[in-house]
Design a protein around this ligand. Structure first.
Ligand code: MSP
Length: 592
């Protein structure tokens, strides 16, 4: 590694006043096109990341939401036959963590390890299937950050200057005067706050290293204009374009060591600590293998982030990457936030939802289903226990569970096998016992995989679940309409029609169970096992619906059903949930 050359320090000026000569090599310009050239890397590699989570407090519902979205896409890609990599982890450096460790009276190393373990435990119990869990305190990450810094330095993109302006420790963010307003703290004292987050800000004046962010404004605009799908949903793309219409001052990328000890020292200058956001963003490269052999994964990078950290990912991060001569992410998927009973989640309001406690109340898959069914990327969503209970009972217990019960009930399926399909009863050209609504259902289920995969990939998971739910209702309607329990089994024609109704319904269930795997892996597995679908028969490639209707063989026909006849998803009762909550409160009281 080439050690950086350090320039002479200049006097203090406010950042807003700093105007640097743009420094762009032709090579940097060409990397801006990288997202458009993605077809060059059609090697079925896929790389998805969540933000890395701050360890200043325990995980909450919003954190689980970020992780569940990314997990859903990762599982979807695996089922499509992609070689998918999925990284999450914890963001452990910075002033906020340093202060939280001090307040807890703990050494920062132990403090971070404890909270990081809590995140890891939550993800384990919620079936988050990450392939890498990164902690920014790891040596591999330090090496990546140092290397990245030196790359920027060697290209003349970092210089020593002076930062004077507002800083929010809670957001670990530098703010322009226009982004700051007046407020009163809890004791009635006048303070300055960030207008966006409401967090307190302080005036900082110190000698720092500065990154030539201002030099990247036009490249960032070109990148966004040339890649209209790179930030999704569209409204966030538009928001970034608007931000870029304004002044883009250079960015302070270090803090004095005397103020911030908990972080990676600037290479070659032990008096300065690298700014936590530069440190944190590089985690995505670290997990891709940077500085060695990261190309394969880095070309396929997709980030899932919450709307509050858009500026860091859509402006700072691409500018750093352009500076280092690295390709830009393929897509930045932005999601909105969860409120609780109409209010922002906050410790002071005491309404922070503990995702572990709630996934115990509603089951892991119940929780995953609710978050993905109700979560809309474009706008904030509201969480209430009543809503969870109503939705899960209606869609998982009654609709999906009810359909499985009907199709596997011994009263209708005595032999407990996947029954035969009779093409005379349900012929391609109408005229059997099926009616036009039944044909419409077949059309809907046949096109369902395409619809669902498209929505999963654009992270509109709620639309995918809406489409599956509509098909489940159609299949329940199909069974209800033909009242198979009223058919006379002694009559051959009736028996064949009964078997056909069951065969078609089981085929529908097989498609629903397969498509639901990324969202509710346990429930899907239970459903597919119950209807006799083996683990090797659950990929997207196996989504061929009702081959017998087209005169082809069906590998499931005549196969015994699985033996587990347990309930797919037990109905939730409010009093049970309340009971569990009380039990937990009692337990906590005992521990206190
Ligand atoms: N450490 C930074 C991210 C660095 S990534 C290089 C950070 N951490 S965080 O713990 O504060 O937030 C992590 C994620 O949780 C963010 O995507 C954030 O948007 C998300 N959420 C935080 N509160 C949320 C809700 N109330 N609802 C949904 N998601 C929310 O930012």
């Amino acid at each position: 590694m080439r050690l950086p050359f350090f320039p002479v320090t200049r006097g203090c000026r406010t950042v807003v006043a700093l105007r640097q000569t743009p420094f762009l090599s032709p090579r940097l310009k060409s990397t801006a096109l990288s997202s458009r050239d993605s077809h060059l890397h059609e090697d079925k590699s896929f790389f998805i990341t969540t933000p890395i989570f701050y360890v200043n407090a325990s995980p909450h519902l919003g954190h689980l939401y970020s992780a569940v979205i990314a997990d859903c896409v990762h599982r979807c890609k695996l089922l499509q036959g992609f070689n998918s990599r999925f990284a999450t982890g914890t963001d452990e450096h910075g002033l906020k963590i340093q202060q939280a460790a001090e307040a807890a009276g703990k050494d920062p190393v132990n403090f971070c390890s404890d909270v990081s373990e809590r995140f890891r435990g939550l993800f384990r119990s919620c079936n988050i299937s990450h392939t890498d869990y990164i902690r920014t305190t790891e040596q591999r990450h330090r090496r990546a950050v140092e290397h990245f810094w030196v790359e920027l330095w060697n290209k003349g993109l970092i210089y020593k200057g002076c930062y004077e302006g507002w800083y929010s420790t809670q957001d670990e963010s530098f703010l322009m005067p226009s982004q700051v307003g007046d407020a009163l703290d809890s004791g009635g004292k006048e303070i300055k706050v960030s207008l966006e987050s409401g967090h307190k800000v302080e005036w900082v004046k110190e000698e720092n290293y500065m990154f030539r962010l201002s030099a990247f404004r036009s490249q960032l605009l070109d990148w966004l204009r040339g890649n209209p799908g790179v930030i999704q949903p569209k409204r966030f793309h538009q928001a970034v374009l608007l931000w870029l219409q304004e002044d883009l001052p250079d960015l302070s990328v270090s803090r004095q060591r005397s103020r911030l000890q908990w972080g990676i020292p600037v290479p070659g200058d032990a008096e300065q600590t690298i700014y936590v956001w530069l440190d944190a963003l590089v985690n995505y490269l670290t997990v891709a293998g940077y500085p060695d052999g990261h190309d394969r994964w880095w070309h396929a990078a997709h980030h899932v982030i919450g709307k509050d950290i858009l500026k860091f990912h859509a402006i700072y991060w691409p500018a750093f990457l352009l500076g280092a001569g690295l390709p830009l992410p393929q897509v930045i998927h932005v999601h909105s936030h969860w409120t609780v009973a109409g209010k922002k989640m906050s410790k002071s309001l005491g309404n922070v939802v503990d995702p572990l406690e709630h996934s115990r109340m509603f089951t892991t898959d119940g929780m995953r289903y609710f978050l993905l069914r109700q979560g809309v990327p474009d706008s904030d969503c509201d969480y209430t226990v009543d809503k969870v209970i109503k939705l899960l009972n209606a869609e998982l217990a009654d609709s999906l569970g009810g359909l499985l019960n009907r199709c596997t009930a011994p009263a209708l399926n005595q032999a407990q096998v996947y029954p035969s399909f009779c093409s005379q009863s349900f012929p391609q050209e109408h005229g059997g016992r099926a009616v036009s609504e039944d044909y419409r259902m077949l059309d809907a289920v046949r096109s369902l995989p395409g619809v669902v995969v498209k929505h999963y990939e654009s992270l509109h998971v709620y639309k995918a679940l809406e489409a599956i739910g509509a098909c489940v209702r159609q299949t329940n309607g199909f069974v209800q309409r033909h009242t198979p329990w009223k058919l006379d089994r002694r009559d051959d024609g009736d028996q064949r029609w009964l078997d056909t109704i069951m065969h078609v319904s089981l085929e529908c269930l097989r498609i629903y169970g397969t498509l639901l795997q990324p969202v509710v892996p346990q429930i899907s597995s239970k459903l597919l096992t119950r209807i006799g679908v083996q683990p090797g028969e659950r990929s997207w490639g196996a989504l061929d619906f009702l081959p017998r209707y087209r005169g082809l063989d069906c590998p499931f026909e005549g196969r015994p059903l699985g033996s587990d006849s347990g309930v797919l998803f037990s109905r939730l009762e409010s009093q049970d949930v309340d009971g569990q909550k009380q039990k937990k409160t009692k337990k906590c009281a005992h521990l206190r």
